[in-house]
Design a protein around this ligand. Structure first.
Ligand SMILES: Cc1cc2nc3c(=O)[nH]c(=O)nc-3n(C[C@H](O)[C@H](O)[C@H](O)COP(=O)(O)OP(=O)(O)OC[C@H]3O[C@@H](n4cnc5c(N)ncnc54)[C@H](O)[C@@H]3O)c2cc1C
Length: 394
């Protein structure tokens, strides 16, 4: 059996490993457009801090792929999926056939159509090559602007500030992390970021990037007319799924490739996993989810019978020198909006210790823990996650 895997992120490598475990005879080939060995993408900012960290970021040494009898073919970008012929065409003119195909092509950075977005000095971060480019740019820059206050933007701002750059972080929302925290927690976190010397500019829309005399970006213009000095800009405004090589009508796609719990697409010979896939319309863009889905896709493509059980994973990040975990229902606004009939049955315990950067909120519904937020001290997370119960509508 010929199993072809597209992509070399965590979903792809987990799929290859699971397929090998399931089937010792199958021919397993990973084709990827990346030229590096597969790496811990979520640790790429360690490279921005210090490019000498590169070796530590590889998931496995090259010998591991040989030992597992998994062929890793790098520098091959898929151009077209010919599902009827069970073939993939690559941009370099090569084609490869399969009995089972696993699509694990993940995401790419999305840059909104902001005037001047092509100027030199404007970057994104998703690949190891991006991280090297950012690291070089940071060497010769003093003023950095990060557009977008999601986790990636936060981590990028933190890494650049750690290198001694003056950093401004721009976001459309008035406070940081307001989707992952409640208002009180998000306000505390925003103050913590500012204490690190990062200038947070909230409720701001980026209007244009303006070039200096040397043709490189030198200013970021906001729609309120304000301008911010910048030698380099990192745009971190989201990602899109890499599905361009799949012609309309080939597979069921709604921005992501739709799969069932077997990670099977609308074509029974083709599986998809990780950031490129959505299971029953749910998508998380998380490392652990991609890994779990990859395992299921690999097992099933190799003839096994595994099922992915969608769970809402806790939101967990280590950023800005602190740790944050949140899960479940804890935000009063969400409670009023989604559970109006039960709003009186919710109660929360909150501890805030700003001097030590600690925030702890436990929310109960009908006496059961239904949500929590931990900032700073996250040691109780495993226990809280176990105790967490879903909120049932009345
Ligand atoms: C800096 C950073 C920090 C992050 N931090 C966290 C975190 O703290 N927690 C967390 O859960 N998640 C984090 N993430 C997100 C996490 O890394 C992703 O959810 C995860 O990498 C998705 O894995 P994937 O294998 O599905 O896709 P990807 O990692 O995107 O891999 C896709 C692969 O497909 C290849 N590819 C794409 N198109 C083609 C093509 N046409 N032909 C051939 N190959 C192709 C790519 O080269 C790549 O190898 C972070 C991401 C970044 C960039």
């Amino acid at each position: 059996m010929d199993i072809l895997i597209l992509g070399s992120g965590i979903a792809a490598v987990s799929a290859a490993q699971a397929a090998r475990k399931e089937n010792s005879q199958a021919k397993i080939t990973i084709y990827t457009d990346d030229k590096n060995l597969p790496y811990y993408r979520l640790r790429l900012l360690e490279l921005v801090a210090d490019s000498a960290n590169k070796e530590k970021l590889f998931l496995h040494p090259a010998s591991w792929y040989e030992d597992q009898d998994i062929a890793l073919v790098q520098g091959h970008k898929a151009r077209e999926l010919l599902a009827e012929d069970k073939k993939v065409l690559f941009e370099n003119g090569i084609s490869a056939s399969y009995d089972r195909l696993i699509l694990a092509t993940g995401s790419s950075s999305f840059v909104p159509p902001i005037e001047g977005k092509e100027l030199p000095g404007i970057y994104t971060l998703w690949t190891m090559d991006d991280a090297h480019i950012l690291e070089k740019a940071a060497e010769s820059s003093k003023h950095a602007v990060v557009v977008g206050g999601g986790v990636l933007g936060l981590e990028t701002a933190h890494a650049l500030a750690g290198r001694g750059l003056e950093v401004a972080l721009i976001d459309r929302t008035p406070i940081l992390m307001n989707r992952q925290l409640d208002k009180q927690g998000a306000e505390l976190f925003t103050r913590m970021v500012e204490k690190l010397g990062i200038q947070f500019i909230g409720s701001a829309n980026t209007n244009a990037f303006v070039a200096g005399k040397d043709g490189r970006v030198s200013q970021v213009l906001l729609d309120d007319g304000k301008s911010i000095e910048a030698d380099m800009v990192v745009v971190s405004t989201g990602v899109y799924a890499n599905t361009a090589f799949i012609k309309p009508g080939t597979l069921r796609i709604d921005r992501k490739i739709e799969v069932n719990r077997s990670m099977q697409t609308s074509n029974p010979f083709i599986y998809a996993a990780g950031d490129v896939a959505s299971v029953e319309k749910s998508w998380y863009g998380l490392w652990q989810v991609s890994m779990a889905q990859g395992k299921v896709a690999g097992t099933n493509a190799a003839g096994g019978n595994a099922t992915y059980e969608p769970t809402v994973p806790p939101y967990r990040v280590a950023t800005m020198g602190t740790q944050i975990v949140s899960a479940g229902v804890y935000d009063e606004e969400v409670i009023r909006r989604d559970y109006p009939e039960k709003a009186d049955f919710f109660e929360s315990e909150v501890v805030e210790d700003e001097d030590h950067g600690i925030y702890r909120k436990l929310t109960y519904c009908d006496g059961n823990l239904c949500g929590y937020i931990l900032i700073g001290d996250v040691k109780d997370q495993v226990k809280l996650q176990k105790d967490l119960k879903p909120v049932l509508h009345a």
